[in-house]
Design a protein around this ligand. Sequence first.
Ligand SMILES: [Zn+2]
Ligand SMILES: [Zn+2]
Length: 249
Amino acid sequence: MIKSIWIGLLDIIFPRNCILCRCYHPATGQDPLCPDCHKKLPLNTPPFCIRCSRHLKDITEESLCPSCRSRPPHFDEAWAMLEYQGPARDLLHRFKFQNKTSVRRTFAALFHAFKEHYVLRFPNAAMVIPVPLHPVRLRERGYNQAALLAACVAQEFNVPLKNDILIRSRPTARQSELAAKDRWTNIKGAFRIKNLDDIVGREIIVVDDILTTTATASEAAKTLKDAGASRVIIISLGLASCESCVITS
Ligand SMILES: [Zn+2]
Ligand SMILES: [Zn+2]
Protein backbone atom coordinates (compact mmCIF):
# COMPACT_ATOMS: atom_id res chain seq x y z
CA MET A 1 0.00 0.00 0.00
CA ILE A 2 2.70 2.48 1.08
CA LYS A 3 4.83 1.30 -1.83
CA SER A 4 2.06 1.95 -4.36
CA ILE A 5 1.42 5.44 -2.92
CA TRP A 6 5.17 6.12 -3.16
CA ILE A 7 5.29 4.91 -6.78
CA GLY A 8 2.23 7.09 -7.53
CA LEU A 9 3.98 10.13 -6.03
CA LEU A 10 7.16 9.41 -7.99
CA ASP A 11 5.02 9.19 -11.12
CA ILE A 12 3.75 12.71 -10.50
CA ILE A 13 7.19 14.14 -9.68
CA PHE A 14 9.06 12.25 -12.42
CA PRO A 15 6.49 11.40 -15.12
CA ARG A 16 7.39 8.28 -17.05
CA ASN A 17 7.46 9.69 -20.53
CA CYS A 18 8.91 7.75 -23.43
CA ILE A 19 12.25 9.33 -24.39
CA LEU A 20 11.46 9.12 -28.11
CA CYS A 21 7.79 10.08 -28.57
CA ARG A 22 7.34 11.73 -25.14
CA CYS A 23 4.03 9.91 -24.55
CA TYR A 24 3.17 8.87 -21.02
CA HIS A 25 3.29 5.12 -20.39
CA PRO A 26 3.60 3.28 -17.05
CA ALA A 27 5.99 0.75 -18.65
CA THR A 28 8.59 3.49 -19.13
CA GLY A 29 9.37 3.24 -15.43
CA GLN A 30 11.38 0.14 -16.31
CA ASP A 31 12.41 0.86 -19.88
CA PRO A 32 12.59 4.44 -21.19
CA LEU A 33 10.80 3.49 -24.42
CA CYS A 34 7.04 3.01 -24.70
CA PRO A 35 5.90 -0.31 -26.23
CA ASP A 36 5.01 1.41 -29.54
CA CYS A 37 8.49 2.93 -29.96
CA HIS A 38 10.02 -0.41 -28.98
CA LYS A 39 8.17 -2.08 -31.85
CA LYS A 40 9.45 0.54 -34.29
CA LEU A 41 13.14 -0.07 -33.51
CA PRO A 42 14.91 -1.46 -36.61
CA LEU A 43 16.14 -4.84 -35.39
CA ASN A 44 19.26 -6.27 -36.95
CA THR A 45 18.06 -9.39 -38.75
CA PRO A 46 19.61 -12.29 -40.72
CA PRO A 47 21.23 -13.02 -43.04
CA PHE A 48 24.18 -11.78 -40.97
CA CYS A 49 27.78 -11.17 -42.01
CA ILE A 50 29.58 -14.00 -40.21
CA ARG A 51 32.19 -11.56 -38.91
CA CYS A 52 30.37 -8.39 -37.84
CA SER A 53 26.65 -9.44 -37.96
CA ARG A 54 25.81 -6.68 -40.44
CA HIS A 55 22.62 -7.53 -42.30
CA LEU A 56 23.52 -8.86 -45.76
CA LYS A 57 21.42 -7.75 -48.69
CA ASP A 58 22.74 -10.60 -50.82
CA ILE A 59 23.81 -14.00 -49.60
CA THR A 60 27.17 -15.01 -51.00
CA GLU A 61 29.21 -18.14 -50.36
CA GLU A 62 31.62 -16.34 -48.03
CA SER A 63 28.80 -14.56 -46.07
CA LEU A 64 30.89 -11.44 -45.46
CA CYS A 65 29.71 -7.84 -45.79
CA PRO A 66 31.64 -5.51 -48.15
CA SER A 67 33.41 -3.88 -45.18
CA CYS A 68 34.73 -7.14 -43.70
CA ARG A 69 35.69 -8.31 -47.19
CA SER A 70 37.69 -5.18 -47.96
CA ARG A 71 39.26 -4.78 -44.53
CA PRO A 72 38.95 -7.86 -42.26
CA PRO A 73 38.57 -6.66 -38.67
CA HIS A 74 40.76 -7.98 -35.85
CA PHE A 75 37.88 -9.27 -33.75
CA ASP A 76 36.58 -12.82 -34.22
CA GLU A 77 32.88 -12.02 -34.24
CA ALA A 78 30.58 -9.11 -33.47
CA TRP A 79 26.89 -8.90 -32.63
CA ALA A 80 24.60 -5.88 -32.69
CA MET A 81 20.92 -5.69 -31.87
CA LEU A 82 19.80 -2.70 -33.96
CA GLU A 83 20.44 -1.25 -37.38
CA TYR A 84 21.74 2.28 -36.81
CA GLN A 85 18.98 4.24 -38.56
CA GLY A 86 15.64 5.96 -37.87
CA PRO A 87 14.52 5.64 -34.22
CA ALA A 88 17.66 3.64 -33.31
CA ARG A 89 19.79 6.61 -34.36
CA ASP A 90 17.64 8.93 -32.19
CA LEU A 91 17.88 6.52 -29.26
CA LEU A 92 21.66 6.21 -29.48
CA HIS A 93 22.07 9.96 -29.85
CA ARG A 94 20.08 10.57 -26.66
CA PHE A 95 22.08 7.87 -24.90
CA LYS A 96 25.43 9.27 -25.95
CA PHE A 97 24.93 13.04 -25.94
CA GLN A 98 21.86 13.84 -23.85
CA ASN A 99 22.52 12.05 -20.57
CA LYS A 100 19.80 9.46 -21.18
CA THR A 101 21.64 6.72 -19.34
CA SER A 102 18.35 4.86 -18.81
CA VAL A 103 18.77 3.61 -22.42
CA ARG A 104 20.91 0.89 -20.85
CA ARG A 105 17.64 -0.71 -19.73
CA THR A 106 16.36 -0.78 -23.33
CA PHE A 107 19.66 -2.38 -24.30
CA ALA A 108 19.39 -4.97 -21.50
CA ALA A 109 15.94 -6.03 -22.75
CA LEU A 110 17.01 -6.09 -26.41
CA PHE A 111 20.21 -7.95 -25.64
CA HIS A 112 18.47 -10.60 -23.56
CA ALA A 113 15.94 -11.27 -26.35
CA PHE A 114 18.65 -11.26 -29.05
CA LYS A 115 20.93 -13.58 -27.10
CA GLU A 116 18.16 -16.10 -26.50
CA HIS A 117 16.79 -15.93 -30.03
CA TYR A 118 20.16 -16.40 -31.74
CA VAL A 119 21.55 -18.63 -28.98
CA LEU A 120 24.66 -16.55 -28.24
CA ARG A 121 26.73 -18.56 -25.80
CA PHE A 122 30.32 -17.79 -24.77
CA PRO A 123 31.12 -20.33 -22.04
CA ASN A 124 34.85 -19.58 -22.25
CA ALA A 125 34.57 -15.81 -21.87
CA ALA A 126 36.79 -14.64 -19.02
CA MET A 127 35.65 -11.03 -18.77
CA VAL A 128 33.60 -8.21 -20.29
CA ILE A 129 35.43 -4.97 -21.15
CA PRO A 130 33.89 -1.68 -22.35
CA VAL A 131 35.54 0.35 -25.10
CA PRO A 132 37.12 3.04 -22.89
CA LEU A 133 36.75 6.79 -23.24
CA HIS A 134 39.78 9.01 -22.87
CA PRO A 135 39.70 10.60 -19.36
CA VAL A 136 39.19 14.06 -20.87
CA ARG A 137 36.10 12.85 -22.81
CA LEU A 138 34.88 11.00 -19.72
CA ARG A 139 35.06 14.20 -17.67
CA GLU A 140 33.16 16.08 -20.38
CA ARG A 141 30.37 13.52 -20.64
CA GLY A 142 30.33 12.28 -17.07
CA TYR A 143 29.80 8.64 -18.02
CA ASN A 144 31.06 6.08 -20.49
CA GLN A 145 28.00 4.80 -22.35
CA ALA A 146 29.87 1.62 -23.39
CA ALA A 147 30.61 0.86 -19.72
CA LEU A 148 26.88 1.05 -18.89
CA LEU A 149 26.13 -1.47 -21.66
CA ALA A 150 29.07 -3.66 -20.65
CA ALA A 151 27.60 -3.97 -17.14
CA CYS A 152 24.38 -5.37 -18.69
CA VAL A 153 26.35 -7.86 -20.81
CA ALA A 154 28.44 -8.98 -17.82
CA GLN A 155 25.29 -9.57 -15.80
CA GLU A 156 23.55 -11.43 -18.64
CA PHE A 157 26.51 -13.81 -19.14
CA ASN A 158 27.47 -13.87 -15.47
CA VAL A 159 31.05 -12.94 -16.41
CA PRO A 160 33.21 -10.38 -14.51
CA LEU A 161 33.15 -6.78 -15.71
CA LYS A 162 36.62 -5.22 -15.98
CA ASN A 163 36.73 -1.46 -16.47
CA ASP A 164 40.45 -0.99 -15.85
CA ILE A 165 42.18 -3.34 -18.31
CA LEU A 166 41.81 -1.57 -21.64
CA ILE A 167 42.86 2.08 -21.43
CA ARG A 168 42.57 4.94 -23.92
CA SER A 169 46.18 6.07 -24.13
CA ARG A 170 45.67 9.19 -26.22
CA PRO A 171 42.75 11.46 -27.10
CA THR A 172 41.39 11.05 -30.62
CA ALA A 173 39.13 13.14 -32.84
CA ARG A 174 35.49 12.02 -32.67
CA GLN A 175 35.08 9.09 -35.07
CA SER A 176 31.59 10.32 -36.02
CA GLU A 177 33.09 13.51 -37.48
CA LEU A 178 35.52 11.72 -39.80
CA ALA A 179 35.23 10.07 -43.20
CA ALA A 180 35.35 6.26 -43.23
CA LYS A 181 38.98 6.00 -44.37
CA ASP A 182 40.19 8.51 -41.76
CA ARG A 183 38.55 6.61 -38.89
CA TRP A 184 41.02 3.73 -39.24
CA THR A 185 44.06 6.01 -38.96
CA ASN A 186 42.51 8.20 -36.24
CA ILE A 187 42.03 5.26 -33.87
CA LYS A 188 45.33 3.48 -34.61
CA GLY A 189 47.36 2.98 -31.42
CA ALA A 190 44.70 4.70 -29.27
CA PHE A 191 44.52 1.89 -26.68
CA ARG A 192 46.86 0.16 -24.32
CA ILE A 193 46.55 -2.66 -21.80
CA LYS A 194 47.01 -2.06 -18.11
CA ASN A 195 47.45 -5.57 -16.81
CA LEU A 196 48.82 -8.06 -19.34
CA ASP A 197 48.64 -11.07 -17.01
CA ASP A 198 44.86 -10.84 -16.89
CA ILE A 199 44.32 -11.33 -20.60
CA VAL A 200 46.97 -13.76 -21.91
CA GLY A 201 45.18 -16.78 -23.41
CA ARG A 202 41.76 -15.41 -22.45
CA GLU A 203 38.57 -15.03 -24.46
CA ILE A 204 37.28 -11.47 -24.01
CA ILE A 205 33.96 -9.77 -24.75
CA VAL A 206 34.32 -6.09 -25.67
CA VAL A 207 31.25 -3.84 -25.58
CA ASP A 208 30.65 -0.63 -27.55
CA ASP A 209 27.55 1.44 -28.29
CA ILE A 210 27.72 1.73 -32.10
CA LEU A 211 29.68 -0.03 -34.80
CA THR A 212 30.04 1.97 -37.99
CA THR A 213 33.27 1.25 -39.83
CA THR A 214 34.17 -1.20 -37.01
CA ALA A 215 37.54 0.63 -36.85
CA THR A 216 37.35 1.30 -33.10
CA ALA A 217 36.22 -2.23 -32.19
CA SER A 218 38.87 -3.67 -34.49
CA GLU A 219 41.65 -1.56 -32.93
CA ALA A 220 40.52 -2.56 -29.41
CA ALA A 221 40.58 -6.22 -30.49
CA LYS A 222 44.02 -5.81 -32.08
CA THR A 223 45.39 -4.29 -28.85
CA LEU A 224 43.99 -7.18 -26.80
CA LYS A 225 45.19 -9.84 -29.24
CA ASP A 226 48.67 -8.32 -29.58
CA ALA A 227 48.82 -8.59 -25.78
CA GLY A 228 47.88 -12.30 -25.89
CA ALA A 229 44.07 -12.57 -25.80
CA SER A 230 42.95 -15.75 -27.57
CA ARG A 231 39.59 -14.53 -28.92
CA VAL A 232 37.75 -11.21 -28.96
CA ILE A 233 33.98 -10.95 -29.35
CA ILE A 234 32.33 -7.55 -29.83
CA ILE A 235 28.82 -6.75 -28.61
CA SER A 236 27.17 -3.47 -29.57
CA LEU A 237 23.75 -1.87 -29.43
CA GLY A 238 23.76 -0.42 -32.97
CA LEU A 239 25.43 -1.24 -36.27
CA ALA A 240 25.53 1.05 -39.32
CA SER A 241 24.78 -0.23 -42.78
CA CYS A 242 27.65 -0.74 -45.18
CA GLU A 243 26.87 2.39 -47.21
CA SER A 244 28.48 4.45 -44.44
CA CYS A 245 31.39 2.13 -43.75
CA VAL A 246 32.99 1.17 -47.04
CA ILE A 247 36.07 3.09 -48.01
CA THR A 248 35.47 4.45 -51.46
CA SER A 249 38.65 6.38 -52.11
ZN1 LIG B 1 7.37 6.17 -27.45
ZN1 LIG C 1 30.94 -7.72 -41.76
